[in-house]
Design a protein around this ligand. Sequence first.
Ligand SMILES: [Zn+2]
Length: 140
Amino acid sequence: MTIEVECQCGKVYKTGEENAGRRFACKQCGAEVVVPEGGEGDIAATLAWIREQRDAGHSRGALRQQLEEHGYDAETAASLVDTALGDARQTAARRARSSRRAAHGGGGGDSEGLGWLIWIGLLLFINLLSWIFDWPFWIY
Ligand SMILES: [Zn+2]
């Protein structure tokens, strides 16, 4: 997809979407021209870019700042980061859930719990049996 950008002098440039947000000097008048961010398709590209940057170790704050430098306003930048990476609170909740799952340790914790249940059940059952058979009624 190509982006059309018109300089203040009227000269029109066509450029690839990979140049969205970049600035260059107009060949005709020398003024600074900013390549605008494109439409829907570019949002998907931007979201992919945000995830890439996050995986590269950039913080959400740094990403928002970079987006603002690319011509987004602060609110749009924040919502783009939230859309790409999920809401901060949701992400934290997801992380907490997965760490709880990890604490259970691949099923080992669960089978140990089940073992205890069987053990206690067996103990109660034996106690019940001995209680029944020790009952004077059964002896006499
Ligand atoms: Zn110009």
